[in-house]
Write a protein that binds this ligand. Sequence first.
Ligand code: UD1
Ligand code: UDP
Length: 379
Amino acid sequence: MKIGIILGTRPEIIKLSSIIRVLEKLKSDKKLNDTYNNINNMNYFIIHTNQHYSENMDKIFFKELNLPAPNYNLNVGSGTHGEQTAKMLEGIEKILIKEKPNVVIVQGDTNTVLAGALASSKLKIKVAHVESGLRSYDRNMPEEINRVLTDHLSDYLFTPTEIAKKNLLKEGIEQEKIFVVGNTIVDATLQNIKIAEERDDIKNFIKTLSNGEEYFLLTLHRAENTDNKERLKNIIKAIGEIAKYHNNKIIFPIHPRTENRLKEYNLFDEIKNNKNIKIIEPVGYLEFLMLEKNARLILTDSGGVQEEACILKVPCITLRDNTERPETINAGSNILVGADKEKIINGVELMLKKERNWKNPFGDGNSGENIIKILLNQI
Ligand code: UD1
Ligand code: UDP
């Protein structure tokens, strides 16, 4: 039994970490194999496309999450969608022909995911898609195209919720292929917040950043915001006004894509010179979880951050017009405000009044283990 894991970006490393941990345990503890459907000689390998490659978008997560180094690194890096995906396809195909895994696991909706699923399915290797069935129904998003195509190429579709399962059934995907297992982000959040809370250096880091005062946390990187000057400008203006009105720090670990675009549009200095906005480099997972947990409010366009805010019981304001995570809206932890200045400002006021009594809709934190159990039973 051989499993291939394909990953390439920050959220994939985080959301596959619990699955990789289970596979590591299975590889080394033969007795454990009996409890996983009598699998003999289970082995696995990791292909890293290196879609993300900066130290603080990549290696820091392997280190902090104590993950084994990838067996293969394709060094694909950045590029246009076609260029990046084509390089990945070529590199992945060569390795899969050599390794001949029984199944390949991909997670999420990035170009790495589409390339991994496409290369595998053309080689008639089974594909397992983790976090399947998410839909924003907005084809302007590159992620939506990757989601739909990957789901239709996959043999085992692991959805986080019943809503995601329904999305797949509506598209004609067979019921037998779909397994509702929760989201592995709950595994990652619950496993790592405990570790982070024990770390004095991280507590001190947060204290220094915030002066021990109340703060809001901001992340921003989606193409629909960063690659549209008007939207980005509106968001930055709203953030400036919110910081001023609340006389509150806004801590902003900035994605490299966003820093590049802000500089290109001559908006970077405006935000850097605002003493209420604290721009920092992207931080490691333990640091980020603690930044989230201690924030008064989170503003974001990230998928994973919408989920983590819901799990950690921090009100979230999503700087997008739609979300493929409607469960967070239904739970009451999240609202959509798009890139409209007034809506963002009003959204903050609304969410500041929010009682943090919602339920996490993404499962109990055992998704990684359940996915591997189901997968080994199916193959
Ligand atoms: C990608 C995913 C997006 C996901 C995000 C997670 C696609 C189409 N998009 O977006 O769904 O939410 O990852 O963070 O797959 N860069 C660096 N260092 C890095 C990585 C990127 O400097 O390690 C800069 C480069 O200038 C690059 C830009 O960021 O051109 C964008 O990187 P890319 O991987 O194309 O997309 P993301 O915006 O990161
Ligand atoms: N994250 C992190 N450090 C940061 C910003 C985010 O560790 O400085 C983590 C965050 O906790 C979440 C994931 O990165 O688990 C989300 O990744 P991102 O927002 O880049 O992508 P998306 O989820 O939108 O695809």
